[in-house]
Structures are given as structure tokens and as C-alpha cells.
Design a protein around this ligand. Structure first.
Ligand code: AMP
Length: 285
């Protein structure tokens, strides 16, 4: 695996792949890698001639400075994990490399309001930073294929919209959420939970699954109230639990088998913000 810090170096390495029109797979991450990230690498390796993973803790997407400072940084271990999974290039640029003109320049893109709901309400400026950095990384790496996780459902929807709006020549593949045996979605933030907290956090998945099982026998209001109550009682502190249309992210009133609906949640446990979601129904193609 090649370790690359600059765009100039990356460009040089990618010359043969670009000139032979080989597919270039890209997995952007914040590091502190786990099996969820590694399955994105696996997906890329299935289709691409070269797989690049970036590790960049992007300051502009952290609305909370403390969260940025506390974000785990484990480059050596990450590098070993990526290598063992057959990643070709680990790209870990500096802030100056990513933002040579400073971090202020914001991207002009129509997100169709997708950034206004859920995470957008609770993390002001977060998606602006995400869109800015993913656009910049795509510009630097020029991949043909981009791999992201359903775990961050709203983020993936927003990046899909950015790609559509700016007509970027890249294919986005959204890959299923990888979970612990307990059902807890893997996340770099889980390492900040105590052993007990980690056990309690499995309730999030259990509640989402209860909603899934009752989606046709309870009203959206009943399902939402049930989930909100469960994930706002001790030891949890709920931010939101919403049943939304998977395309528009707007609240739905009913669920039917031919609609695209998702239940999304963000809740706090032991000072750690945890998010998760489950697709309830998806229209047949
Ligand atoms: P992050 O480093 O947390 O920004 O995540 C980098 C990419 O990995 C994003 O596309 C995430 O959606 C994806 N990801 C994070 N956790 C998981 C998971 N448990 N399963 C699948 N993909 C994930």
C-alpha cells in the first residue's frame, strides 16, 4: 500500500490508471477505522482497478470544536487495517493540502433542502462542511466510483444530490450498515462508550427493529412516539427520531410497501452522540 500526502504525488501514481481508463475506487473517511469502513474497501476492490482510502479529519464539518478535538486519531492502526484488506493507496492530506485557499470558500450547490432536516437541525453548518470536503476530495482524487455507508443516511443522500446537481462524473454506491452482534451500528465514536454503555446502545437497533416489524400494523404517529419515548429515557437523551421519505427526507404520514421510507435517529449516551437508521420500505424498481 502506498502512503500519499499530496495531490501531486497522487496524480503521478494515478497516471497509468487514468490513461488506461481503469476504474478508480474511492472511500473517504475520518479515520479510526472499523469493519464498516473496511467493507467499503471490499466493495471498491470488487469493481475498481485501484482503491484509494482517504483519512482526513475535516475541521469544517465539526460544529462542535470539542468533538473535533476528541475525535480518535489512530493512523498507524488504520494503515495496518487498510493494508491487510488490500487497499492500494492511503491518502492522508494535511489541512493546507485540502484547503490551499483557506477553509472559508463554500461550495455553491443546490441541496434541494436535504440539509435542513434531522442532522441539519442539530448540527448547524455540518453538511456545508461535508459537501465542501467531499467535493474537494473528489476534485483531488478524480475517482470513477465513490463508496459511502448507509449508516450516515442523510449524508449519503446529500452527496448523491451534490453529484446530481453538479453533474459530477462519479458513480456513488451506498453500502449497507455493518453492525456489532448486538445490533449496534459500528462507529468510531463507540470506542468512547463504557462496556455498559456499549451494551445499552444496542437498544437503538432493537427499537428500530421493533418499528420495522410493526410498520404496517401501527400508525406513523404511534411508531414515532414509541421510538422517541424509548430512546429518550434514561440512559438516553434523544435529539430526533423521525420516519421520513428516503428521497426527500420529509416526514411521512403513512407507510406503504411501494414507498421509500426510512426511520432515522440521533440520541446521546454517556456524552456520545450516536446515529442510526433502518430502511422500512423501498419502492420496487
Ligand atoms: P466516517 O469516517 O465515520 O466519516 O465514515 C466514512 C464512511 O464510512 C462513510 O461513508 C460512512 O457512512 C461509512 N461508515 C461508517 N460507519 C459505517 C458502518 N457501520 N457500516 C457501513 N459504513 C459505515
Amino acid at each position: 500500500m502506498l502512503l500519499v500526502k499530496t495531490v501531486a504525488e497522487l496524480d503521478r501514481i494515478l497516471i497509468p490508471y487514468r490513461s488506461s481508463k481503469s476504474r478508480i475506487g474511492f472511500v473517504p473517511t475520518l479515520g479510526a477505522l472499523h469493519e464498516g469502513h473496511l467493507t467499503l474497501i471490499d466493495e471498491s476492490r470488487k469493481v475498481a482497478g485501484v482503491t484509494i482510502c482517504s483519512i482526513f479529519v475535516n475541521p469544517t464539518q465539526f460544529n462542535d470544536k470539542k468533538d473535533l478535538d476528541k475525535y480518535p486519531r489512530t493512523l498507524e492502526k488504520d494503515s495496518e487495517m487498510l493494508e491487510s484488506r488490500g487497499t492500494d493507496i492511503l491518502f492522508f492530506p494535511s489541512v493546507e493540502e485540502v484547503y490551499p485557499g483557506g477553509m472559508e470558500t463554500k461550495l455553491d450547490v443546490d441541496l434541494n433542502g436535504l440539509d435542513k432536516f434531522m442532522e441539519g437541525k442539530f448540527r448547524p453548518g455540518h453538511f456545508e462542511g461535508v459537501v465542501q470536503v467531499v467535493h474537494r476530495l473528489l476534485d483531488m482524487v478524480s475517482p470513477t466510483d465513490l463508496f459511502m455507508g448507509q449508516k450516515d443516511f442523510q449524508q449519503s443522500a446529500i452527496i448523491a444530490q451534490m453529484i446530481r446537481d453538479l453533474k459530477l462524473p462519479v458513480l456513488l454506491k451506498i453500502c449497507p450498515t455493518i453492525r456489532e452482534e448486538s445490533g449496534l451500528a459500528l462507529s468510531s465514536r463507540n470506542t468512547r462508550l463504557s462496556r455498559e454503555g456499549r451494551n445499552q446502545a444496542a437498544t437503538i437497533y432493537n427499537v428500530l427493529m421493533s418499528i420495522f416489524k410493526r410498520k404496517y400494523i401501527r400508525s406513523v404517529d404511534q411508531l414515532t412516539q414509541y421510538g422517541q419515548k424509548k430512546l429518550n429515557q434514561d440512559p438516553f437523551k434523544l435529539e430526533y427520531l423521525e420516519i421520513v421519505n428516503g428521497h426527500t427526507l420529509q416526514l411521512v404520514k403513512t407507510i406503504n410497501p411501494n414507498s421509500y421510507t426510512v426511520v432515522c435517529v440521533a440520541t446521546w449516551l454517556e456524552g456520545v452522540r450516536l446515529i442510526d437508521n433502518i430502511i422500512l420500505t423501498k419502492e420496487k424498481k
